[in-house]
Design a protein around this ligand. Structure first.
Ligand SMILES: NC(=O)c1ccc[n+]([C@@H]2O[C@H](COP(=O)([O-])OP(=O)(O)OC[C@H]3O[C@@H](n4cnc5c(N)ncnc54)[C@H](O)[C@@H]3O)[C@@H](O)[C@H]2O)c1
Ligand SMILES: [Zn+2]
Length: 371
């Protein structure tokens, strides 16, 4: 029997599942799969990317699955967002057929959000949907391991082709983060900080206090951070699985964040970096509209800065272009621009009557001069 240091339950009725978090858990992937009744002897597909494979995580995972009696076929995609498209998905489908996967089979997604979204998308649609198990290897992927959103990108926009498909299990080996580039560590933390802002002031304060140990990836605090952050997302998702209402609060910082990502041609900024700028902007907008005090804005800005994340809008991005891009975002339902604003750390609400004048004024103010 394996012992995970922490377990977070995502409660979704018959689609409920566990997120197991602990140091060295990838070495137990096979045993853990048996515990969720994946029959030994069956063919499984293990999808990863070339960075994760080069860091040694593929071999460790594969060995564990084989030891437990699974017949493993692997598939290594090229790392990066550009692999999250349907021609790559088609190759994964081909590989799944070659490997002999049937309706009872399982796909393992070993990697960050890109591998999780792509392999999850294939699992959601292969033979009308088969089980998948997530093995996240980035900090950001704690976010994608809760909620069941899987997708590929389309030239019309990110994540435009997708589904809701919950994993059967998530096995989160914190030791895999040791090989993750520091920039990716910091970026993933933007979503963790977001979870504090939208839901839990105590967690935000805890993060402020432990920041140095978190950035040093100390096992225990990192495990605690991922568990609490997953719990918060799970609490939001449990109340609103298919994003009708409450789940929109998860978009705190994302209205501007998505526009920055789109206008800077996906690549200049990581998702977390763009969201970091977006969160400072949302906080400033909240203050300007009299919804929160100055201390709230400064705590948010200061924590993001100490985490090593950007907090100002790059000079080459025009305020009007950003406004247009925000209007086109799929979240601007019916063309109406909505912002998630804070009334103090731990509390947010969706606001759809912010005037364009305020939006543009605040965009202009959040320039690099303050950095
Ligand atoms: N489904 C959801 O709910 C959800 C939520 C948030 C983000 N996402 C998606 O997640 C994606 C971003 O995820 P990400 O930030 O994890 O990106 P990613 O998967 O591209 O990983 C970031 C980089 O780190 C490398 N890497 C991953 N693990 C590593 C390790 N342990 N050691 C060394 N290198 C490693 C990857 O190869 C890649 O180069 C986006 O496509 C986004 O749309 C989905
Ligand atoms: Zn995000």
């Amino acid at each position: 029997m394996s012992i995970a240091a922490r377990e977070v339950r995502v409660e979704l009725g018959e689609r409920s599942y566990s997120i197991l978090i602990g140091d060295g858990l990838l070495l137990q992937t096979g045993e853990l799969a048996k515990q969720v009744h994946i029959p030994t002897g069956s063919a499984v597909l293990l999808v990863t990317d070339d960075h994760v494979a080069a860091a040694g995580h593929l071999e460790r995972t594969r060995a564990s699955l084989e030891r437990a009696g699974y017949r493993v076929t692997d598939m290594v995609i090229r790392a990066g967002e550009s692999s999250k498209n349907y021609s790559e998905a088609a190759k994964v489908f081909d590989r799944a057929f070659q490997a002999g996967l049937d309706r009872q089979s399982v796909i393992f997604a070993l990697g960050g959000g890109v591998v999780g979204d792509l392999a999850g998308f294939v699992a959601a649609t292969y033979m009308r949907g088969i089980r998948f198990i997530q093995l996240p290897t980035t900090v950001l992927a704690h976010d994608s391991s809760v909620g069941g959103k899987v997708a590929v990108n389309h030239p019309q926009g990110k994540n435009m082709i997708g589904a809701f498909h919950q994993p059967k299990l998530v096995v989160y080996d914190t030791s895999s983060l040791q090989t993750l580039p520091l920039r990716e560590v910091r970026s993933g933390m933007a979503e963790v900080i977001k979870h504090g802002i939208i839901w839990d002031v105590e967690f935000f304060s805890w993060f402020e206090f432990h920041l140095d140990d978190l950035l040093a990836l100390k096992t225990d605090v990192i495990g605690e951070m991922l568990a609490r952050s997953c719990e918060i997302k799970a609490a939001v998702v449990a109340k609103d699985e298919t994003e009708q209402n409450l789940r929109a609060i998860l978009n705190f910082g994302h209205t501007l964040g998505h526009a920055i990502e789109a206008l800077s041609q996906y690549g200049t900024y990581t998702h977390g970096e763009a969201v970091s700028i977006g969160m400072v902007y949302a906080a400033e907008l909240s203050f300007a509209l009299g919804r929160c005090d100055r201390i709230t804005v400064e705590r948010i800005r200061s924590l993001l800065m100490r985490t090593g994340l950007p907090i100002t809008i790059p000079d080459n991005l025009d305020a009007k272009d950003l406004l247009e891009s925000m209007k086109h975002d799929k979240k601007a339902a019916g063309g109406k621009l909505a912002f998630v604003l804070t009334s103090g750390i731990g509390h947010v609400e969706t606001v759809s009557d912010v005037t364009e004048k305020w939006i543009v004024t605040k965009l202009a103010e959040l320039r690099g001069s303050q950095e």
